[in-house]
Design a protein around this ligand. Structure first.
Ligand code: GLU
Ligand code: MG
Length: 418
């Protein structure tokens, strides 16, 4: 059959879904500048493909412009079409950033951090997911048997990650039923979020070719454990030296890192709405599921929102040293989740916030988190009023659609999407 190569350019807006438009590969040079057409209201498409309300109506035109650094072109060598796509920026027709461009939200946060502190953020996303290609068996957690029974998924996936420019770090069978986890190497802020999206899509693409699915939904079974997204971060100064660690501090954190962490904890209720944005995210965030339950910073405690990860003795402790934000899941756009962390952390630095001694419970529902986001004037400044209002409208519409469903029914609905 005659075939012609196609390329997609994609964004990952408030729903956390990766959407975009395709074009013939031969048109790439012109598409690099003119992009593809996009519609403001697309940002309001929720997890269930509905637009319960929109501030943008049916009007307006945007362009989605590919970023050349994100090109992903992976041949699975099985005769299937290449996974060839770019991630891009949402702009007005005159080229200026659109108020809801998720990459711009993150880029602005990283720029502000750099301008005000001289720091660059390194981040690595750790993803958990449910693989439908294995049967559920008791005794699975972390087992060699569960690792083996995923067949060739892991090998094909790791190869795809590497070909996509995401250096794979690890792959394992996790605690939950049919649950697996992978990590890719850290990268500078924007690239780290791009990688998170690319890596998840490689998992979906691999599973799809094997006739299965990689489900990143926050939780599958209300009685089980959830699929978290843990965002590891650290800072580098202008010389590229790590500046997160201070051996003199009892937690090992430099003063800047302490303020940054304190900013996150201070804004944690509002941050939840941005990093754990599904109704079922709050089923995951319950006690005794290895998921975080309190807005606290702890050394090596998995129930804490912020966990200081272990380091191994040796000369490179400062380089290994990183903090993990555990409250995210894959219903959140990685751009929005990381932007929220950076803005809140920067707010902690700006206000020299101390690490709180008390760790209040996280919001118990998405509605509570959205109320906290609405009341948070700093978050409205970071996002801009248009984005802030649209975000609340989007998620409240989604939450309203879930109110008459049981927890198991909600999990089933979200599993169809994520
Ligand atoms: N599955 C847990 C979560 O939902 C995390 C388990 C772990 O610590 O890796 O965040
Ligand atoms: Mg894990």
């Amino acid at each position: 059959m005659n075939r012609e190569n196609l390329i997609m350019v994609c964004t990952c807006e408030m729903s956390g879904r990766v959407r975009g438009k395709g074009f013939p590969a031969r048109e790439l040079p012109s598409r690099m500048t003119r992009g593809v057409g996009w519609v403001p209201t697309n940002a309001m498409i929720n997890a269930f493909s509905k637009i319960p309300a929109t501030p943008f109506g049916t009007g307006g035109d945007l362009i989605l412009v590919p970023d050349p650094t994100t090109e992903t072109n992976v041949d699975f060598a099985d005769g299937s079409a290449h996974e060839h796509f770019f991630l891009g920026d949402l702009r007005h027709l005159d080229g200026t950033p659109w108020a809801l461009c998720p990459r711009d939200f993150l880029r602005r946060a990283l720029t502000a951090l750099k301008e005000e502190t001289g720091l660059t953020l390194l981040a690595a996303f750790e993803h958990e997911f449910t693989y439908t290609g294995v049967e559920e068996r008791p005794g699975n957690p972390y087992s060699l048997d569960a690792f083996r029974r995923q067949g060739i998924f892991a090998e094909a996936f790791i190869a795809a990650l590497r070909n996509a420019g995401c250096e794979p770090d690890s792959f394992m069978a996790e605690y939950g039923a049919r649950q697996y986890e992978f990590t890719v190497d850290p990268a500078e802020g924007l690239r780290a979020a791009d990688r998170a999206i690319i890596a998840r899509e490689m998992a979906r693409a691999t599973a799809h070719r094997l006739g299965h699915q990689a489900l990143f939904t926050p939780i599958i079974d209300p009685e089980g454990v959830g699929n978290g997204v843990h965002i590891h971060f650290s800072f580098r100064n202008a010389n590229g030296d790590p500046v997160m660690h201070d051996p003199a501090d009892k937690l090992g954190l430099s003063p800047t890192a302490q303020h940054f962490a304190a900013g996150i904890l201070h804004h944690q209720p509002a941050l939840c709405a941005l990093t754990a944005p599904a109704t079922i995210s709050y089923i995951r965030l319950r006690p005794n599921r290895w998921a975080p339950t309190h807005a606290i910073l702890e050394t090596q405690d998995r129930a804490a929102a912020l966990r200081i990860c272990p380091t191994l003795p040796g000369p490179n402790i400062a380089r290994q040293f990183n903090v993990e934000y555990r409250v995210a899941d894959a219903a959140a756009s990685p751009y929005i989740a990381l932007a929220a962390i950076v803005w809140a952390g920067l707010d902690g630095i700006r206000n020299q916030r101390p690490i709180p001694t008390e760790g209040p419970a996280l919001p118990a529902t998405l509605e509570q988190a959205l109320d906290a986001l609405e009341a948070n004037t700093a978050a409205s400044d970071w996002m801009g009023e248009v984005h802030h209002n649209a975000y609340l409208m989007h998620k409240r519409g989604e939450a309203a659609a879930m109110t008459s469903l049981t927890e198991a029914e909600q999990c089933a609905r979200y599993a169809q999407t994520y």
